[in-house]
Design a binder for this molecule. Sequence first.
Ligand SMILES: Cc1ncc(COP(=O)(O)O)c(C=O)c1O
Ligand SMILES: N[C@@H](CCOP(=O)(O)O)C(=O)O
Length: 464
Amino acid sequence: MKFISTRGRAPSLSFADTVLTGLASDGGLYVPESLPAFSREEIASMAGLDYRELAFRIMQPFVGSDVSEEELRGIIDRSYSTFRHSAIAPLVQTDTNEWILELFHGPTLAFKDFALQFLGQLFDLLLKKRGERVVVMGATSGDTGSAAIEGCRHCENIDIFILHPHNRVSEVQRRQMTTVLSDNVFNIALEGNFDDCQNMVKASFAEQSFLPDGRRLVAVNSINWARIMAQIVYYFYAALRLGAPQRTVNFSVPTGNFGDIFAGYLARQMGLPIGQLVIATNANDILHRCISDNDHSPRPLVHSLSPSMDIMVSSNFERLLFDLYGRDGAAVAALLADRSAPMHLSKEALDRARELFSSYRVDDTRTVEVIRAVYESSGYLLDPHTAIGVEAARQVRRAEDQPMVCLSTAHPAKFPQAVARALPTQEIPLPPHMQDLFQREERMKVLPNDLKRVHEFMAMALGG
Ligand SMILES: Cc1ncc(COP(=O)(O)O)c(C=O)c1O
Ligand SMILES: N[C@@H](CCOP(=O)(O)O)C(=O)O
């Protein structure tokens, strides 16, 4: 399978080369030239498969011959053996036809582990085969960082640098990153917000001459295609458990960088009978405004109780635009020429986007009310991001008789302060492997929002 850029001017790449890169050379994101599709019968035959076997069936067509079937099975086995729940992604019912898909049973307690445990294993295999050592650079609003570090820290051929917004992630999130003291792990606390971190990472991919010894950058954010690919699997897994393909299933997805919900969109394009796909946003609602009012204009970032979704520039929206504009790279490049300017979709693109997605915005006050209300009605404790997904689902749901699956993207223990606003006396213990998190030594470098300073730090850390 070949992968092409959403801006249409970069060379197409193989799966392995796509994984071991970041942005395309024209500034675009890589997508498959064509999507594999499964017939209704093929999907029916997947019912009852365990998570690992299903992951193999869904991902193998993308991977092709770059990774042998045996190698892919090995990667999948190792990736999901670190999860603490035997179902990997269990479903819990909270109301009539309302389900929570718990995606937080991986090592860092967020859905990011699904793709980043996998990506770390994949990097390890591909880099060893090539005898190459690379520099991984990523931006995080709190969850990608620790999951990427956890996925990559044992890779001999990787140095990893993660930028997080200084003082804008929860203490648990920060400590999950900064207490990993391995020699190949570097945490940068940037004096800026997540968008600043992400801009810096993208600018670094465009100009890599600051790296010593001819080293190159590789992405761990969801600009890396393998991240999205691994997330497609749990849409199939949940839908099959709830009766697909005989039954249509709906999903509500707490959304920031648009990676997770884009994986759901792909699952539908690949044949899974998904009805509604709900984009659930916090006060940083550019995607909701885009779908509801055709208003994709950036506004100052708001710091919310769901910090991982404090994102204004959603990288993966570009991948959707590519499809909405008939896979015309020039049209996408023109639309995104100035990301700080308001963007308005054409009538056709907007109509199509509205057919594909519903959207809803949930502010902090409502987030707190929902955490409290769901706990009181069902005894189920939501994290603030998941609460946004649950509320959005309840507000925009069309088919009461079909299952609505709300993706639970993080464990509430990552956000005790936010949960305490709703339930002040509620204890939320960390899992056993994190019991001493607050006693561990931390290491990070605080840097100004200045590309040159970040590059100097990275070059020095790499011995340049
Ligand atoms: C807990 C949590 N929920 C939701 C999101 C939003 O996911 P996405 O960026 O894929 O839209 C993130 C960050 O990505 C997150 O960390
Ligand atoms: N919410 C994310 C932001 C980065 O998103 P990614 O999916 O592109 O890595 C985070 O927790 O860091």
